[in-house]
Design a protein around this ligand. Structure first.
Ligand code: KG4
Ligand code: ZN
Length: 428
């Protein structure tokens, strides 16, 4: 089936059109038709963080142009309707238009752009079409069967924009919508394995050995999720204060490094490691390393950096900055590795899955590769470009929850954003 994915939970507007089917061997085949991400990092950099209302405004501005782009990339263009059809099409379906206007009532920018584009385009066809222009592909694609949208967790105003877009599209084109959990997406996308033999981007998703454990580390989350069986999630450890990505971002700010802090700290720390030598003498704590549970705490680590910097003569020199970056990264890595080790032992884990933006961190990836080698468990690491928020992961979460999809007559209008959506995942 073909799924449109919509992700607007934070500062990335992401859309994708993915063909996804179970194959005969019991795994799932995932073919990328179009996959686009529009990052707002450049905009939020000046504020040193994400402002929800600014992010929402950007999603509203960017969704339709980005949608046009993925539709064009998908060879759906043959479905562009003629002027005659246009006149008798959506423009005249007054009840649909009325509902679209109602849904997008609080999204004037999105409504304007939606009405400029969507009525000029028929629903992408639901039967195969021939397209002479797409010679690199065997055939053009069927229409969109399902819309998967992030319902949470995330910044609620931003989530609403994506959900409202999904609802409006669903009404205009009669496509069901499935609300998805962003964190489940981070888990599932890490299970993809690229099929290198094919010229188009194609992945295979196989069900891992259970019990599996997912370490989710992003700007908003740090949690350990136990997966005893397929699609059954239980949080067994979480941060009591800051998320790991948040700690990277805050420490970067203390050190005068740009937002987002993760990549900046990581680059400095890597350089420092390459210089060789021992870890810094500027020792930082390893919070909750030996605590008798699977929880984390990173706010104390950040405060320790702050006190350290305050004690040093200002402005701190580049060498000291790099030493602190390395020590902070070492401390953070050590804590997450230790907690995962503890959980592996406690639950007899067979597969370790890493997900979330912080998994782009080289030091953390290396540490878990070493752990997997030593302990003999299977490690599922996402491709670097799948660590950041994307819509492919939302499609995966939508596909495996497709039985929860709603339509105009079965609950579409009640579909809601939930900024604190958590596991166990419940149908909204
Ligand atoms: O998953 P994500 O894209 O968005 C959220 O859902 O939060 O994660 C973003 C977070 C940011 O805090 C960013 O600083 C962090 O991931 N990050 C990194 C690295 N790249 C991104 N943290 C450490 N090292 C990196 N290389
Ligand atoms: Zn995320």
């Amino acid at each position: 089936m073909i799924i449109l994915g919509i992700e607007t939970s934070c500062d990335e507007t992401a859309l994708s059109i993915i063909e996804i089917n179970d194959d005969t061997s019991g795994s799932t085949e995932v073919k990328i038709i179009a996959n686009e991400i529009l990052s707002q990092i450049a905009l939020h950099k000046q504020y040193g963080g994400v402002f929800p209302m600014v992010a929402k405004r950007e999603h509203a501005k960017n969704l339709v142009p980005l949608f046009r782009k993925i539709i064009a990339e998908s060879n759906f263009l043959e479905s562009r309707i003629t002027n005659h059809e246009l006149k008798s099409g959506l423009q005249n379906h007054s009840h649909i238009l009325k509902n679209v206007r109602m849904i997008l009532e609080r999204e004037p920018e999105l409504l304007k752009r939606f009405l400029e584009f969507i009525p000029t385009m028929g629903k992408p066809p639901t039967r195969p079409v021939r397209n002479r222009e797409c010679s690199q592909r065997d055939s053009a694609y069927n229409g969109i069967d399902l819309i998967a949208v992030t319902a949470g967790p995330g910044l609620e105003p931003c989530l609403w924009t994506g959900i409202n877009f999904a609802k409006a599209l669903s009404l205009a084109w009669h496509i069901p919508v499935v609300a998805t959990n962003h964190m489940e997406g981070h888990i599932l996308v890490s299970l993809l394995k690229r099929n290198e033999e094919l010229s188009i981007i194609n992945y295979q998703l196989s069900i891992p050995e259970f019990p599996a454990l997912a370490l989710l580390i992003s700007g908003g989350h740090t949690e350990l999720v136990l997966i005893k069986e397929w699609l059954n999630y239980e949080i067994v450890g979480r941060t009591r204060d800051d998320a790991l990505g948040e700690a990277f971002d805050k420490v970067a700010r203390i050190l005068g490094l740009p937002y987002p802090g993760g990549p900046a700290i990581s680059a400095l720390a890597e350089k420092q490691r390459q210089l060789g030598g021992e870890a810094s003498k500027l020792a930082l704590p390893r919070p909750m390393l030996h605590s008798n549970n699977l929880d984390f705490s990173f706010s104390g680590l950040k405060t320790a950096v702050l006190y350290l910097v305050k004690k040093l003569p200002a402005p701190i020199d580049e060498k000291t900055k790099a030493e602190i970056a390395r020590e902070f990264e070492d401390a953070a890595t050590e804590v997450v590795v230790e907690k995962v080790k503890k959980a592996i032992k406690l639950y007899g884990v067979e597969t370790l899955i890493l997900g979330g933006g912080v998994v782009a961190n080289k030091n953390i990836r290396r540490a878990f590769e070493k752990l997997a080698n030593e302990s003999g468990i299977a490690l599922k690491l996402p491709a670097i470009d799948h660590t950041t928020d994307n819509a492919l992961m939302i499609v995966l979460a939508g596909y495996f929850n497709r039985n929860n999809a709603v339509t105009e007559t079965s609950g579409l209008l009640e579909l809601k954003a939930n900024g604190n959506l958590s596991f166990p995942y419940t149908k909204m």
